[in-house]
Design a protein around this ligand. Sequence first.
Ligand code: 5GP
Length: 176
Amino acid sequence: MLREDQIEVMIDQEKLENRIAELGKQISEDYADREIEMICVLKGGAMFMMQLAKSVTIPMTMDFMVLSSYGNELISSGEVKIKKDLDESIEGKHLLIVEDIVDTGRTLSFLSNYLLKKGAASVQICTMLDKPSRRVVPVEVKYRGFEIQDEFVLGYGLDYGQRYRNLPYVAYVKQA
Ligand code: 5GP
């Protein structure tokens, strides 16, 4: 557990949710003539996706995936494993991957390729946060809430040892 003085608010709830509403509006305009399926990457993307979906006004469906984290980056092969796959076929569907944060880009690079191989008509990425300075694998991010510095963040779906996902804002862990 972190002490209260170890965390600092980075993006408050109002700013976060105003921006998420803008993203929802933009997505609804861009896909005005199509139906989309939002693919939530659990668990981190859950709160963001639920908030985003409320401001999407076009027909849409949802599905959920669980991917393994790649663990210790120093020994990582960049391999990502699927722990829970999609429930429905994605053949011919326009997919929007909804993720909490893009860091190295490994997870989303893997997932985009995987979904295209499975026959999706199109795959785009919508992330709440983006840490571009950490990128190792290039990924094309179509929709991003906020670009942030290289800080460890938590809240609004993001965890620290599985806790803090319920915070209604994004905070960062202060360096000692
Ligand atoms: P990538 O494959 O882009 O390196 O990893 C993305 C995943 O790493 C995110 O979905 C998230 O689970 C985790 N991650 C990356 N940076 C942070 C961070 O600052 N805070 C938290 N809680 N998770 C992070």
